[in-house]
Design a protein around this ligand. Structure first.
Ligand code: MN
Length: 368
């Protein structure tokens, strides 16, 4: 179990306990997932005593009913949560000197309040890098959930392609995708806001969806994903609405070739930056290098963006079990944008994608 690894790390790194504040991290270690808003939600892990979840009283029952079978301690809105945390920590251990915290998550305000309860303790150690590294390697159960999320993204593309017609807004197409995901697939929420971009809007990779309408002979770019059992999908496809021009087809085919080459090159032993270069070199040789304005990919798991980053300057050697996107794009301002993206997992000798929607350029017939 991953929590054992965290306890082992506490011992090896000379920390007495860890204050885990990021809800995603808590869910990773406990199976209990919740968004606390401004209230206090934490997992306290001690090097040689039982860990506990600390949460608002109104969440205690659901936390107890979740996959987590350890202690759950709640507090009322009228109580001082920091005082209750301190009392429960001191009940378990006298070793409270060295705390590890998630420096990329814990707010300064919360840090000061926690520290106020343990004025002589040290809070200088960061547990975030250890957790990032642990989360780099996905287990078979995690991979199954990522595949489930991928299947929902494939379904979403079908809905989206079918919703394209002359005069429909990007926002309407996105709404139809989200609605059908909810009613046909029971998706609780998307992994990020569904992106639909027509024509020149697609040259801004993260824009929209806007009230811009789809017109004949435009490329339409979709970037979407769902949360499935706590794991994200993220995939992009670009389709032609009506017969594409030679230039539209050319940028599509260059991007497609770059994406395919990177998928084929992804395997244990290649570094993240080498993989980025596989796709980037193809796009550069075709004359579009200046229009590929982001890294090749990002890790995926409980977060839609996590480690590893597939980017120039990252000499991390890719290994079996690492999961990430391969998403080269070509964005020509004032003209069009193309992105083709699949997430997948590094296998023993290759890369297996979680999404399978066809990548031959789809030319959709005009519809009124
Ligand atoms: Mn992505």
């Amino acid at each position: 179990m991953n929590l054992d690894k965290l306890q082992q790390w506490l011992q090896d790194s000379n920390n007495d306990l860890a204050y885990i504040s990021n809800p995603i991290t808590i869910s990773y270690f406990t199976g209990y997932s919740m968004e606390p808003h401004e209230r206090i939600f934490a997992l306290i892990v001690l090097k040689d005593a039982e860990p506990f979840i600390f949460c608002p009283a109104l969440n205690v029952e659901e936390a107890k009913a979740s996959a987590w079978d350890g202690d759950v301690i709640g507090y009322l809105d009228s109580e001082n949560p920091w005082n209750i945390i301190a009392t429960n920590v001191k009940k378990r251990t006298h070793d409270t000197h060295n705390w590890a915290i998630e420096k990329d998550d814990l707010s300064v305000a919360h840090y000061q309040l926690l520290r106020g309860e343990f004025p002589n303790a040290s809070f200088t150690n960061d547990v975030s890098p250890f957790i990032e590294k642990l989360r780099l390697y996905k287990t078979p159960e995690e991979i199954k959930k990522l595949q489930g999320a991928g299947a929902e993204a494939d379904f979403a593309f079908k809905i989206g392609f079918d919703a394209i017609r002359t005069g429909v807004t990007e926002r309407s197409i996105a709404g139809q995708i989200d609605y059908q995901l909810k009613i046909q697939k029971g998706v609780m929420h998307e992994s990020f806001e569904t992106i639909v971009q027509a024509g020149k809007n697609a040259a801004n990779p993260h824009l929209g969806p806007t009230m811009n309408t789809v017109q004949p002979n435009e490329l339409v770019l979709f970037d979407l994903g769902t949360m499935h059992d706590g794991y994200a999908s993220d995939s992009s496809r670009t389709v032609a609405y009506g017969e594409p021009t030679a230039k539209q087809r050319e940028i599509y085919e260059v991007d497609r070739e770059a994406q395919q080459a990177a998928i084929e090159a992804a395997k244990p032993g290649i570094t993240a930056e080498e993989l980025d270069s596989v796709a980037r070199d193809i796009i550069t040789k075709a004359g579009y290098g200046e229009y590929f304005i982001h890294r090749l990919g990002h890790g995926i798991g409980k977060n839609v963006h996590e480690y590893p980053s597939i980017v120039q300057g990252n000499d991390l050697v890719l290994e079996e079990g690492m999961c990430f996107s391969i998403e080269p794009g070509i964005y020509i301002p004032g003209f069009a944008g193309v992105r083709i993206e699949d997430c997948g997992v590094v296998t023993k000798d290759g890369f297996e994608t979680f999404t399978h929607t066809d990548k031959d350029l789809k030319v959709l017939p005009l519809k009124d």
